[in-house]
Write a protein that binds this ligand. Structure first.
Ligand code: PHE
Length: 343
């Protein structure tokens, strides 16, 4: 009977003496002592041969032995795991080629925007910007859009809740007002950026898109300057050979026009794009209304100017012949990767 106690102590000494050196040996250790047919199970099995008055003492002893084994196992497991994940300079091959890093590509809207900015920069325009959360005055009033103008309707404009007179700008034209307030002519700026409209026509329509605004103010700026500047742009951007200015209306320009470029109808694609007319609408423009100049602190008897504005998404569709505007908003990498060589 006393052999059982001696045996358990002997096992405890053996466990302490064990020295597994790696994860495999540690697993063998676990199976040997703690496994379902392991030594500790056998020790527990001896309980039957222990007299009742010493059963308690024996149970405690076997538990202590078991604890010794478990503690050793857990400590060594932690140690081996840490070693496995540790960086070992001796196994590092400094001559191995580097892992290829995937590089993203610019979004086609950004590429198009950069192109537009680039073309106008070469004509002497510098980039200006303004806030996307705008006040009513800059977005509408200074743009000669009276209180009762339908463009102010809640249908089109996102107003900021609890901030009377604040809204998400519906076009980049408020940047015109901000620049005129702060600078003296000559002014030659373009302002690319995000704009917001509450387009509830379909659930898939997009309430946020991009525009580029242009503004040129100096002494003696005429409609001929507007026409030549925009023709240069159409040539550089689309390789257009002809432009057409159609009379139009914007509250902040007078006279106002819409510019079309000539695509012709000789291919099926151009016929479809131009609905059989050969002309494709590109942008809105006009001579800055004297009332706008005056509201922004510029003397209309001394200065005149022109302005234009265009949606960038539409230009991107044209430039890359993308068939569906939704592709520009879905950010599917299979689509975006196709622009990886664009800058
Ligand atoms: N702001 C106009 C729009 O959003 C575009 C425009 C800008 C027209 C400047 C004329 C002059 O449609």
């Amino acid at each position: 009977m006393s052999d059982v106690f001696a045996n358990a102590r002997q096992i405890q000494a053996e466990i302490t003496a064990e020295n597994p050196e790696n994860a495999e040996q540690l697993e063998a250790f676990r199976i040997k002592y703690l496994g379902s047919k392991g030594i500790l199970k056998n020790l527990m099995g001896e309980m039957a041969s222990v007299p009742n008055d010493r059963k308690r003492e024996y149970g405690q002893l076997v538990n202590a032995v078991k604890q010794t084994a478990e503690e050793k196992f857990l400590a060594l497991r932690e140690q081996f795991e840490a070693q496995a994940s540790a960086f070992d300079i001796r196994t590092l091959d400094l001559t191995a080629p580097g892992e290829p890093l995937p590089i993203g590509s610019r979004h086609p809207v950004a590429v198009t925007m950069n192109r537009i900015v680039d073309i106008f920069s070469r004509m002497g325009f510098s980039v200006a910007d303004g806030p996307e959360i705008e006040d009513d005055w800059h977005n509408f009033t200074a743009m000669n859009t009276p209180e009762d103008h339908p463009a102010r309707d809640m249908q089109d404009t996102f107003y900021v809740v609890d901030a009377p007179g604040m809204l998400l700008r519906t076009h980049t034209s408020p940047v015109q007002a901000r620049v005129m307030e702060n600078r003296k002519p000559p002014i030659r700026i373009i302002a690319p950026g995000r704009v917001y409209r509450n387009e509830t026509i379909s659930t898939r329509s997009h309430c946020q898109f991009h525009q580029v605004e242009g503004l040129y103010i100096d002494k003696g700026v005429s409609f001929a300057d507007l026409k030549q500047t925009l023709f240069n742009f159409a040539q550089e951007m689309f390789g257009a050979t002809k432009i057409r200015l159609r009379p139009s209306f914007f509250p902040f320009t007078e006279p106002s026009a819409e510019m079309d470029i000539w695509l012709g109808t000789d291919t099926e694609k151009n016929y479809r794009l131009t609905k059989g007319t050969g002309w494709l609408e590109i942008l809105g423009c006009g001579m800055v209304d004297p009332a706008v100049l005056e509201m922004c602190g510029i003397d209309p008897t001394e200065y005149s100017g022109f302005a234009f504005g265009m949606g960038i998404e539409r230009q991107a569709l044209r430039l890359y012949e993308i068939g569906d505007i939704r592709l520009l908003f879905e950010n599917d990498v299979r689509f975006l990767r196709q622009f990886s060589s664009a800058i």
